[in-house]
Design a protein around this ligand. Structure first.
Ligand code: GTP
Ligand code: ZN
Length: 228
């Protein structure tokens, strides 16, 4: 019934380049960012973490800490910052909108675990992504995966929000995409000003979502009570 369109995604990756984001919201990567393999990155980071722990005065021979440099390095490369590796870009399978669904689709409450690039501390929150089909529909989980991919980078929340919208626009071939993120930054909550209550809201509205009524409809869905 549906025509899987993952080939388009591969072509798109080639077109846009390793950052998967068209223009303004690129993650600042060095030109030689991919000169060494992930395994080499893990080895180098491991040494750097050893150095930090040693400088802090920790005994690296201690049974509990011995494995920490490797653990941290693996977590950085394979998990926390896996979104820096274009090989991890999710395949954003799109399908023909055969049923002519013409209204907005909202994927609410997508969990965001990201990392603030200023302090390398967690950003924890929720993303809400919406689009209006221009002939294509996207697999629901792919929206969660796109958010996850861009979240797993050193980030500022503004850029993350824009990257999610741009990647969705590319996948769906439409400007009519929006994203709102509400997140807590541990650099604000647990250190510095130590304001445990505050959170940060960012938004990006593309195409029809810039129009008052469409934006309002999207934001109203986010206020809806959910009973499940
Ligand atoms: N705009 C923006 N700022 C962020 C984000 N994450 C963290 N920051 C801020 O980045 C700023 C870095 O400011 P600096 O003055 O260089 O760092 P700092 O001395 O640690 O600042 P304090 O957090 O105020 O102690 C801080 O105000 C952070 O709150 C983000 O996603 N977007
Ligand atoms: Zn921070």
């Amino acid at each position: 019934m549906f025509e899987l369109n993952s080939k388009m995604n591969d072509e798109r990756i080639e077109e846009i380049g390793e950052n998967h984001v068209a223009t303004s919201a690129k993650t600042p990567l060095r030109a030689d960012a991919f000169a060494i393999s992930d395994e080499e990155k893990i080895n180098k980071i491991q040494e750097s973490v050893k150095d930090i722990l040693h400088t802090l005065g920790m005994d690296l021979e201690d049974d509990s800490i011995q494995g920490t440099p490797k653990r941290v390095a693996k977590a950085f490369v394979n998990e926390i910052f896996m979104g820096l590796n274009p090989a991890n870009m999710p395949k954003a399978s799109t399908f023909d909108n055969n049923y002519n669904y013409g209204e907005m689709l909202v994927e609410k409450n997508i969990v965001v675990y990201s990392t603030c690039e200023h302090h390398l501390l967690p950003i924890i929150g929720r993303a809400h992504v919406a689009y209006i089909s221009n002939g294509k529909v996207i697999g629901l989980s792919k929206m969660n995966r796109i958010v996850e991919y861009f979240a797993k980078r050193p980030q500022v929340q503004e850029r993350l929000t824009m990257q999610v919208v741009q990647a969705m626009q590319e996948a769906l071939g439409t400007d009519d995409v929006a994203c709102v993120i509400d997140a807590k930054h541990l650099c604000v909550n647990s250190r510095g000003i130590k304001d445990i209550e505050s959170s940060t809201v960012t938004s990006e509205f593309g195409g029809k979502f810039k129009e008052k009524e469409t934006k309002k409809e999207f934001l109203q869905y986010l206020q809806m009570e959910t009973n499940f």
